[in-house]
Structure formats: structure tokens, C-alpha cells
Design a protein around this ligand. Structure first.
Ligand SMILES: Cc1ncc(COP(=O)(O)O)c(C=O)c1O
Length: 415
């Protein structure tokens, strides 16, 4: 019999296979100093485009004060249990009411983490008779939730409403046989490409098919829509979203998440989501801090306005300079270049060491072979000067890439 640890040496996985060469630089980098557009990487200040701190709230003095006052008052331990047992509080319930008002849903459940929340909500909502139709490029938490599903699921081509309809025909037929229902799952904003899910068109399919719609709006909450209520508000179809999910990890610059839906759905989730029943509630500083963040999002539109000013300058400037930024219509800004994985590492190394710009680099298998994606996340606290510096640096590294300067057999040596 084999020791299960044996295979771990040669099966490190698609990311782990680069661990020895990339650790600490391309993977697990440490950004130090106050959170913001300028942070230290390996002791040197970099212009940073790699934090999902869309509204710039992470380091806002009012947010820091709310977090630290709550930590002083309650400590980090309180409440000491799952909400169903001993971990409920007036603050958790107030946050739920505030969120429900903000996203225009009758009720909300606050979740201790987003990833587990989605996995566990999908697990709770559907049984083996139900059929799921979901977008091919769904986030890992959706895919992992579906791994628990004992019934059938049909995937539709990414953001392809025609294919979604085709899969709905199959799903409807099957659900009629099994006696179950149909759940469609997609995202408000796809976090790699920055494209919006076709929520409105999918909602329109409800005229032809009987299904419920679950939308993961992790990147849309706070950034999209007139008030920041998300992609449903942006597309004018919030009412058609039956289960609205977002995390606190992006616009809210915190940790935790929530789901908004009808009261009977939320009541069911409170009593059936295993990730909430069998795990500790969100600690008080995060809850009180989230109430503060939400109040700021609601009453201080300047954060979203600043974000979009930077988004427009960055995306407009990149396009003007001839860069391919794909089909983004949201703050997520991918810059698509052509090259090998070693070229991607040499370009990124140059960008970080010689131009002092830190952004994420995405390569195969997340994007097709031969594509290098540099992913920029603009925030409300970047400046127009940051944008200009970045576009000039990108022009320079692109011309080096095109002239073959980064052509190497091996990944950039970084240690
Ligand atoms: C689309 C999407 N869904 C869910 C999550 C998970 O949220 P959390 O970080 O709160 O676990 C993320 C990442 O944060 C995400 O990008």
C-alpha cells in the first residue's frame, strides 16, 4: 500500500509545480506597509494594482477607527460560537437589515466567509432532484458548491445566453422527470475578464422557463449600479435575482459575506447552511466595521466616483496606447499580451524591479496558452499620476516583449 504523501512530491498541481521557482515573488509575495497604491515589496516601494480595495476603504481613518474601537470594546473573540447556538448579536442583525435595505432585498443573512458561504448555500438550496445550469467560467466557490450536488448540472458557454437557453431546455425536461426545480448560477462581474454577467438577459428567460437565479456579485457590489447596489442595479434587473450574494472582501475591504433573498429563503438558509451552523460567527469588529463601511458606501458616493474616474483614465489610456483590455465594462482591468510563461515572468520581473509597478500576472491554464494577462485593479485611492506612470511603463515593457527581449527558456530567477 502506498503512503498518501508519496504522490505529493510529483503531483504538486498546476500552481504548485512552480512553487520552488516562484514562491515569495510571483506566488505568496508580501506587500508591506499601510494598504494602498504604494506598498513595499521586498523592501522597495511599488505602485500597487493588486488589491481588491475598490473604494479605498481598507485604510480609511473612519474605517480603521470603527474597527479598532470595536476591537477595544469587544476583543476579537466575541461572539464565541455559531450564531444559531450562542453567537448572535444585535450588531449582526443590524448589519443584515442595513444590507437588505441597501440591495433592495427583503432579508439578508450575513456569512462568516464568502467562499464557504457560496459552497454551503448551494449545498443547502438544492437536492438530488434539482437541476443546475451554470456559467462555464464560474468562480471556484460555485464549482465547489456544485461538487456537493448529487443531482444533474448543465454548464453553459461563458456568458452565452443562447447556450444558457439550450441548457435550460435540457434542465427543464430533466427536472420535470425528477420532480425537482432548476437553479441558474452566474456572476455579476467576472473577476478575471471584468465582463458583466448577462443577468438581464438571463432574467428575461424567466418568461419562457421556470427557474431561480443565484448571482455571485463579489466584484459588482459597491462598484456597479447608481448607488453601488451591484450588477442587478446596473442592469435594472435586481428584482429578477432570487439569491444575491456578495463578499465583504472587495468593496467593503473586510472579511465575511452575505446573501439577500426573500424572507423564507433566508430563514431556510439560517437553519440549513452547514458553514454557518457548524462554524463560528463573524467577530464583532468585522460586523461593527462592516456597518460603518456600508454607511460610508451609502452616504459618501465620492468613493465610487473616484474609483470610476481612475477606471476611465486607466482603461481609456490603455486603449489609446493600443493595448488589448478585452471586453471589460467594470473596474477589473485585464491587459492581454502574447507570450510564453517564461516571457511572462521576465516581463513581470522587469515591471516590478525596474519600473516599480506591482500587478498580478495570470497565465495558462487560467487564460489560453500563449496569452499573458496583467490584471490591474484600480481603486478610489489611486491617482491620475499613478495611471500615467503605469501606462508609460506598460508601453515600455510591451515594446521589449514584442522585440523578443524577454525570450528565455526558463522562468525569471528571482531569489
Ligand atoms: C466571484 C467571487 N466569489 C466569491 C469569492 C469568495 O469570497 P471570500 O473572499 O469572502 O471568501 C471571491 C473572492 O474573494 C470571488 O471573487
Amino acid at each position: 500500500m502506498k503512503d498518501i504523501f508519496e504522490k505529493l512530491h510529483d503531483k504538486m498541481g498546476p500552481l504548485g509545480m512552480h512553487a520552488d521557482d516562484a514562491h515569495g515573488y510571483f506566488t505568496f509575495p508580501k506587500l508591506e506597509g499601510p494598504i494602498g497604491p504604494r506598498m513595499k515589496f521586498r523592501g522597495v516601494e511599488k505602485l500597487n494594482w493588486s488589491l481588491n480595495n475598490y473604494l479605498g476603504l481598507a485604510n480609511h481613518p473612519d474605517v480603521m477607527k470603527a474597527d479598532s474601537d470595536a476591537a477595544t470594546q469587544f476583543g476579537m473573540a466575541y461572539p464565541m460560537g455559531a450564531r444559531i447556538m450562542s453567537g448572535n448579536s444585535n450588531y449582526h442583525e443590524q448589519l443584515e437589515r442595513d444590507l437588505a435595505d441597501f440591495i433592495h432585498k427583503p432579508d439578508v443573512i450575513v456569512l462568516n466567509y464568502g467562499y464557504q458561504g457560496v459552497v454551503s448555500a448551494i449545498d443547502a438550496l438544492i437536492d438530488r432532484h434539482d437541476v443546475v445550469v451554470y456559467d462555464a467560467e464560474s468562480h471556484a466557490c460555485i464549482i465547489d458548491g456544485l461538487r456537493l450536488h448529487l443531482g444533474k448540472r448543465f454548464v453553459f458557454k461563458h456568458n452565452n445566453v443562447e447556450d444558457c437557453e439550450k441548457q435550460l431546455v435540457r434542465a427543464t425536461k430533466l427536472a420535470e422527470e425528477t420532480g425537482g426545480g432548476v437553479l441558474v448560477i452566474t456572476e455579476g462581474v467576472f473577476g478575471m475578464s471584468g465582463s458583466q454577467g448577462k443577468i438581464k438577459e438571463i432574467v428575461d428567460l424567466k418568461k419562457k422557463f421556470n427557474f431561480r437565479l443565484f448571482v455571485d456579485d463579489a466584484h459588482g457590489f459597491g462598484t456597479m449600479g447608481r448607488t453601488g447596489a451591484g450588477t442587478g442595479e446596473e442592469q435594472g434587473c435586481q428584482d429578477g435575482i432570487d439569491i444575491y450574494f456578495s463578499t465583504f472582501a472587495k468593496s467593503m475591504a473586510g472579511i465575511g459575506a452575505f446573501i439577500g433573498s426573500d424572507p423564507h429563503v433566508i430563514k431556510f438558509l439560517r437553519y440549513n447552511m452547514r458553514s454557518q451552523i457548524y462554524a463560528k460567527a463573524l467577530p464583532m469588529p468585522m460586523v461593527v466595521g462592516s456597518i460603518k463601511r456600508l454607511e460610508m458606501i451609502r452616504t459618501q458616493p465620492e468613493h465610487k466616483e473616484n474609483l470610476w474616474k481612475i477606471v476611465h483614465a486607466l482603461q481609456g489610456g490603455l486603449k489609446e496606447a493600443g493595448f488589448n483590455i478585452g471586453i471589460t465594462t467594470t473596474p477589473v482591468t485585464p491587459v492581454l499580451l502574447n507570450g510564453t510563461i517564461p516571457e511572462a515572468t521576465h516581463l513581470t520581473y522587469d515591471l516590478r524591479e525596474n519600473y516599480n509597478i506591482f500587478c498580478s500576472i495570470v497565465v495558462y491554464p487560467v487564460v489560453p496558452k500563449g496569452v499573458i494577462m496583467l490584471r490591474l485593479i484600480p481603486t478610489a485611492v489611486h491617482t491620475l499620476e499613478d495611471v500615467e506612470i503605469t501606462i508609460n511603463a506598460f508601453k515600455s515593457v510591451k515594446s521589449k516583449l514584442d522585440s523578443g527581449e524577454y525570450r528565455h527558456e526558463k522562468l525569471a530567477a528571482v531569489n
